[in-house]
Design a protein around this ligand. Sequence first.
Ligand code: URA
Length: 422
Amino acid sequence: MDVISVIRTKRDRGRLSDEQIDWVIDAYTRGEVADEQMSALAMAVFLNGMDRGEIARWTAAMIDSGERMDFSVLSRPTADKHSTGGVGDKITLPLAPLVAACGAAVPQLSGRGLGHTGGTLDKLESIPGWRANLTNEEMVRTLEDVGAVICAAGSGLAPADKKLYALRDVTATVDCIPLIASSIMSKKIAEGTGSLVLDVKVGSGAFMRELEQARELARTMVGLGADHGLPTVALVTDMNTPLGLTAGNALEVRESVEVLAGGGPADVVELTLALAREMLDAAGLKDADPAKALMDGSAMDTWRRMIAAQGGDPDAVLPTARETHTVTAAESGVLTRLDAMGVGLAAWRLGAGRSRKEDPVQAAAGVQLHAKPGDSVFAGQTLMTLHTDTPERFAYALDALEGAYDIAPAGTGFDARPIVLE
Ligand code: URA
């Protein structure tokens, strides 16, 4: 087998054979296929796609590139959630301890942020002492004792995806349904969860801008789950507007703790509960009541134990930014649009996100929202507070917010989109 013929097949809109896929994924993982050759193949896939059979084989080859975890020793059923990523998407933070408090084990392997969407591990690392890297033994022990872990995937899990994702990120080949679906599902299947709930985001702040694309991504991933015996369901959810009132690291941890304390923004609570119900159903815990677990303190108690089990101090004061800047409404009326991409870019530019995977992030940087679409606002009212340790970033962040929101005259009708679309 040679890589040039594999690239040529896809370049010329051909179908990759099982042998070609197995060989190229394995050879790339071993370093026999060079990055520039895999980049060319990824671009050919981006342009010409893969059919269902090719995607299934590509996914299987990525799973086989590394180890598979096994949670069969646990006394609880496992359930996991994956979001395709959005602005202010802190849902994993309240969701994992909530579902654990209701009786499931939640092995939540998460990532760091790249670009305008934040990373769950970056958010949790704003808690003093908290560490993302656990051994497999520590993970299993915490799952049995506490019921939830949120940690980094070990280097042995789908290593082909690790290499390929880093490459896609710098070759404009991320937003491609076959590559996204195989990337996400190879990690989740290798992780060994007993069931999976997908939160497929659609809107200006998501990979998928159009509902039909989001549906196709959701169906592709649910199909891959079925092929591998992993019961998988998907919710398609709105990402035109940021979730909640914060986008940033420590800012989102604070908001998540509010949700666990029985408060927090209505959209975050609604989506957390919708996903929790799906996870609990999938885990066979249909009688569990996640709304009660938010109100009676049991989800908060699990959060505290989960943070402490990973070295974090749940009582520690979270970092605050050295500088803030407010954005005010120029006129009175009703806020009819608040663009997720604009807010996500602003948070990223303030220092909450990174441009290269080795860059550090600022724990306290981000955007705090004081109004959401549908709210009445008056001239001079604070719409957003920008937080950063490096005030020279304010101008750059403000550029991202230029044209990112609309205020219409009072009384203008406002058509709110539900959070869970399908
Ligand atoms: N998240 C992943 O893990 N992979 C992708 O390709 C996109 C988002």
